[in-house]
Design a binder for this molecule. Structure first.
Ligand SMILES: Nc1ncnc2c1ncn2[C@@H]1O[C@H](COP(=O)(O)OP(=O)(O)OP(=O)(O)O)[C@@H](O)[C@H]1O
Ligand SMILES: [Mg+2]
Length: 323
């Protein structure tokens, strides 16, 4: 009788083992297939100059300098079969003027999955590298991360946000990847893209825009080197103690291809942002409504009130409370 019970138990147990082994195999196979499909989707877009141009024209407001430089720099790099170094861009400007927005535009013109591609890596200084005393560990991890990703996918994109708060030592650590070396420890970084975002230089840019406005010039006449803007940004970033670029060898070694100014936005650009958000949310309304939302944001300087303090940053929130 006892032997019979043992036998039944053994049969049940062996059945469970067999079933769970089969389940394991099925789960593994499903994971493998989804992974392959997922990776298959996460491809490079065939680079199309006209598409990037139209995208910048349609979805970026009030940034004619950034638009032109980004278009030239990105298309030149993407169509160069043998780049001598990775593309390194540094975006500067006040809050809500489109720095992250442009990184996303670049990403969606390079990767099928755009900013959601697993080949687009975003580092936010205060979030990923918060502790000063851990800088050596961060350096090691960051180098390993970049190396690992570029070796498996050379056209990887790395975005460093809030660069002005980043430990300078950490930035210097990635210097070899940005240089003209054909290989660093057996890996070539020449197809990779590095973008640094920061508010550093914002006061220089604001002053140039205000001076030019007060002199009666058209905003669109401003160029990268108007009123020495690029040099002033460069000096401001280099000399500011709070800046992550401070005394950084990235600047010493001229590894940044372009310092790109993002201008503070005017009322008319904020209006465009309101209209874009309304379209995205499928809201239709009259001009009066658009003006009410745009007027609800603060503008400076106090006398003229021509530039938006927060750019387009809180447009969506303002819009939602006005519906
Ligand atoms: N120039 C612009 N053209 C079109 N939309 C814009 C522009 N600037 C900002 N926006 C809109 O406002 C949102 C916030 O802008 P974004 O995150 O790019 O600002 P930022 O310059 O990175 O600011 P911060 O310095 O605070 O990080 C964007 O997602 C976009 O919808
Ligand atoms: Mg930002």
């Amino acid at each position: 009788m006892k032997a019979g019970i043992y036998f039944v138990c053994l049969c049940v147990l062996s059945n469970i083992i067999v079933v769970s082994a089969i389940l394991d195999v099925i789960v593994g196979a499903v994971a493998y297939i989804t992974d392959r499909l997922f990776q298959k989707d996460d491809l490079l877009e065939p680079f199309d100059y006209e598409r990037l141009k139209t995208d910048l024209k349609d979805s970026l407001y009030g940034q004619h300098i950034a638009s032109e430089v980004v278009l030239k720099a990105v298309s030149g790099f993407m169509t160069d079969k043998h780049p001598s170094k990775p593309l390194v861009l540094s975006f500067h400007g006040s809050t809500g003027v489109g720095k992250n927005h442009v990184s996303n535009i670049i990403a969606r013109n390079i990767f099928t999955k755009g900013e959601n591609s697993e080949h687009v890596h975003v580092f936010i200084s205060e979030h990923h590298f918060p502790l000063k005393e851990q800088v050596e560990t961060y350096k090691f991890q960051l180098k390993q991360w970049i190396r690992g990703n570029v070796s498996s996918f050379p056209r990887s994109m790395f975005i460093f946000d809030v660069m002005d708060k980043m430990n300078p030592g950490l930035i210097d650590a990635i210097k070899p990847f940005l240089d003209h070396y054909s290989h660093v420890d057996g890996v070539s970084y020449r197809e990779a893209i590095f973008i640094f975002l920061s508010n550093a230089g914002e006061s220089v840019i604001e002053k140039v825009v205000l001076d030019s406005w007060r002199d009666g010039e058209k905003r669109e006449q401003l160029q990268m080197n108007s009123r020495d803007m690029e040099t002033k940004i460069f000096k401001d970033v280099f000399n500011a103690n709070s800046s992550g670029f401070w005394h950084s060898t990235l600047i010493d070694a001229h590894l940044i291809d372009h310092f790109i100014p993002f201008l503070p936005l005017e009322y008319r650009h904020v209006r465009q942002c309101v209209l874009a958000e309304m379209a995205a949310l499928n809201i239709t309304a009259n001009d009066g409504f658009v003006d009410r939302v745009a007027q609800n944001l603060p503008y400076f300087p106090p006398e003229e009130k021509i530039l938006s303090v927060k750019g387009c940053k809180t447009v969506k929130q303002k819009l939602l409370v006005h519906i």
